[in-house]
Ligand binder design. Structure first.
Ligand SMILES: Nc1ncnc2c1ncn2[C@@H]1O[C@H](COP(=O)(O)OP(=O)(O)OP(=O)(O)O)[C@@H](O)[C@H]1O
Length: 272
């Protein structure tokens, strides 16, 4: 069973902008997936189809093998596929952080004890236990992002969809989020993120999708990002980590070695 199957998906906004153009792709389960592409290539529009925020105008979307994404299945899909928006304000609306994190599980009609334990666990994972009683609208952007992440985690989804999760985060929390993604991945989640950070994608992802003009330009392992012509066509840069220390024996030869280098740099940042 695939995490995501998309067949011939088209999507045009009401002003006539064609954001997705006959797009097809297939994402295996239990992968770390990076979705890359220039501004306006269709990344957010695509992600919004994965949890039913947008419904296919033409073509089909199936998530976690269970359901086609359509009106009838939208609630079940949102339970399976948790989405973090690139603007966290759009998903915070309760009077306290704890209430916000509890909103999703309460909607699932779980008993109060289960809701409370999910909320506690999600807040711990997101590192926001000390913010529990604060009103979300007073928080900083990075804190809001953490609250939104906790809200997603409290739903315990199998598929995590994060639109630009690292933007607006300080280096320390970016490193913590990276650790958290790794933990969730090992708890058998499939994780899809969009990012403009080709180095992060190169070091982290085991499945890379490059979009251009609403279509999949290329799909495969992170080695794809070493292809200079492909990256130029996608208006992206070759990751620095792919060329770092070239000519020396410190040069990472694979994305896995680049990951070690990135982790090392992040741990140094954490110490600072
Ligand atoms: N609400 C909207 N109404 C009209 N056009 C839109 C709307 N939202 C997005 N678009 C257009 O659809 C296309 C794809 O946009 P989308 O936001 O999916 O791209 P993206 O790859 O996520 O971009 P970015 O990297 O800048 O976030 C762009 O041409 C954009 O201008």
């Amino acid at each position: 069973m695939k995490a995501v199957e998309i067949r011939n998906l088209n999507y045009s906004y009401s002003d006539g902008t064609k954001a997705l153009n006959n797009l097809s792709l297939s994402i295996p389960r239990y992968r770390r997936v990076a979705l890359l592409g220039a501004n306006g290539s269709g990344k957010t529009t695509l992600l919004q189809h994965l949890n039913g925020l947008l419904l296919p105008q033409d073509g089909s979307v199936t998530v976690m093998g269970y359901y086609p994404v359509d009106k009838k299945h939208v609630l079940k899909i949102r339970q399976l596929a948790g989405m973090l928006f690139d603007t966290p304000e759009d998903q915070l609306f309760s009077t306290t952080v704890a209430e916000d994190v509890a909103f999703g599980p309460r909607n699932l009609e779980l008993d109060e004890q289960t809701v409370n334990s999910r909320v506690r666990r999600a807040m711990e994972l997101a590192g926001i236990t000390d913010l529990a009683d604060k009103p979300p609208y007073n928080l900083s952007l990075g804190q809001k992002k953490r609250v939104a992440i906790a809200g997603v985690l409290a739903m315990e989804p199998e598929l995590l969809i994060f639109d630009e999760p690292f933007s607006g985060l300080d280096p320390r929390f970016a490193a913590q989020l990276m650790d958290l993604l790794e933990k969730l991945f090992h708890q058998k989640c499939t994780i899809i993120i969009t990012t403009h950070d080709v180095d992060m994608a190169y070091a982290w992802a085991d499945h890379v999708i490059i979009l251009s003009k609403g279509q999949v330009l290329a799909e495969g392992t992170a080695e794809l990002l070493q292809d200079k012509d492909l990256m130029t066509e996608a208006s992206l840069n070759v990751p620095m980590l792919a060329t770092a220390f070239s000519g020396t024996d410190m040069a990472p030869r694979t994305p896995a070695e680049a990951n070690q280098l990135l982790r090392f740099a992040q741990r140094k940042t954490k110490v600072l």
